[in-house]
Design a protein around this ligand. Structure first.
Ligand SMILES: NC(=O)c1ccc[n+]([C@@H]2O[C@H](COP(=O)([O-])OP(=O)(O)OC[C@H]3O[C@@H](n4cnc5c(N)ncnc54)[C@H](OP(=O)(O)O)[C@@H]3O)[C@@H](O)[C@H]2O)c1
Length: 156
């Protein structure tokens, strides 16, 4: 099962200068709680952005990094055939954690979306332009201080 987890502003903004345009501790806590103990799949840019922020891969998660350039990093699984990885049926929930390129390639295979909708409009340079929620329905929603935590499931 493939799940995408991301935060966006009302204009589908995702990032700024290879980082998040905002700082919401409540959203970071939600991300941590949702993905802890799980497999997280990310592109090389997002992996590098995590390394520059915390100096190591995300702890307490199995990290899978998609890259077309061969590289190795201790404790991290590197894949170059992203589509085969996404198409492989699994019972386990795999969380796609960014960035734009990997979200857009993964969206057609997504069973679930965990979206933090940010009320405020921000400046940035990376948008989830291909995001289309019409094949999905909301199954859970929580609103808190300018954030709307929504979980969507693909319509059957
Ligand atoms: N708002 C959010 O929730 C959120 C979450 C995460 C990230 N972001 C933001 O997203 C932005 C980064 O997005 P991005 O698109 O630049 O980078 P990205 O998706 O993290 O990584 C792109 C990299 O993935 C690899 N890749 C691309 N296609 C591939 C394929 N078919 N198979 C295997 N690997 C492939 C390439 O690595 P190689 O170049 O090595 O081939 C490419 O450079 C940042 O601004 C970040 O802050 C936002």
């Amino acid at each position: 099962m493939i799940s995408l987890i991301f935060a966006i502003d009302p204009h589908k903004l995702l990032g700024k200068g290879n980082d998040l345009p905002w700082y919401y501790p409540e959203d970071l806590q939600y991300f941590k709680k949702t993905t802890s103990g799980k497999t997280v799949l990310m592109g090389l840019e997002t992996f590098q952005s995590i390394l520059s922020r915390i100096g190591k891969p995300l702890p307490h998660r199995h990290c899978v990094v998609a890259s077309l350039t061969p590289f190795e990093y201790e404790g991290v699984e590197v894949i170059n055939d992203l589509l085969s990885y996404l198409k492989t049926p699994r019972h386990e929930e795999i969380f796609v954690i960014g960035g734009k390129t990997i979200y857009e390639l993964s969206l057609p295979y997504a069973d679930r979306l965990y979206i933090t909708h940010i009320e405020k409009v921000y400046d940035g340079d990376v948008y989830f332009t291909k995001l289309d929620l019409s094949p999905f329905k909301i199954i859970k929603e929580t609103i808190s201080q300018g954030l709307r935590f929504a979980i969507y499931e693909r319509k059957s």
